[in-house]
Design a protein around this ligand. Structure first.
Ligand SMILES: [Zn+2]
Length: 207
């Protein structure tokens, strides 16, 4: 996202900076994981600069100047979209983060992201681009027949667990099936964002 100066200034003029003495809180959110990466402040100049350059610029309260996120580390944040909140005094940016967002090396200033289904899907997608030797995931991704056989086997095991086993084993088998299903999807060239898009579409169309 990169706006013309006129459009950027018109957007910035609608933000209420007066409430905080010329500043507004700006949240940077990872466009894919939706993780909150950091919270910092913008004055009007930083906001206009962000919108016209397409890269996040903040106002440093300690250094009293506008700075570009990643100006030293290279870990820039490319703007994907911007929203003001209901009373136009805070900003939410969806960004494409290069490298870790935090100066400590963590992915987010609020700590490492939790490992979940989406993170697993992404890890599998990364393995497709390159994997350590002997990676089981890479093997599944490059051998569709193996991936199909595993999904078949794991779905049987999951069903069996739901019928005859306890909660712990059901969870275990559910994870096995989900992992292998994601690997088979990956072997067929389906990415986590393809899956997310479809899920979102269904969610929005739900009755
Ligand atoms: Zn930080």
């Amino acid at each position: 996202m990169k706006w013309e100066k006129k459009k950027a200034e018109s957007f910035a003029s609608k933000i209420n900076f007066a409430k905080m003495g010329g500043l507004a809180p700006a949240i940077a959110q990872d466009r894919e994981t939706k993780d909150v990466l950091m919270l910092a402040f913008m004055d009007k100049g930083a906001l206009v600069k962000t919108l016209t350059s397409g890269f996040m610029h903040y106002f440093s309260r300690s250094r009293k100047r506008i700075w570009k996120k990643g100006e030293e580390s290279g870990n820039v944040q490319q703007v994907v979209s911007v929203k003001a909140d209901c009373d136009s005094d805070s900003l939410l940016f969806s960004v494409r983060q290069k490298g870790p967002a935090c100066h400590t090396g963590q992915e987010s200033c609020f700590g490492e992201r939790e490992f979940d289904l989406l993170a697993l899907a992404k890890l599998i997608a990364e393995r497709k681009r390159g994997a350590p030797t002997g990676s089981y995931t890479a093997k599944l991704l490059s051998d569709k027949r193996l991936a199909i056989a595993k999904v078949r086997e794991e779905s049987e095991e999951f069903i069996e667990a739901t019928e005859k086993k306890g909660r712990g084993e059901r969870i275990w088998e559910a994870c096995d099936l989900l992992y292998h299903s994601l690997a088979l999807a990956g072997a067929c060239g389906i990415t986590p964002s393809d899956i997310n898009k479809e899920l979102k579409k269904r969610h929005l169309n739900r009755k």
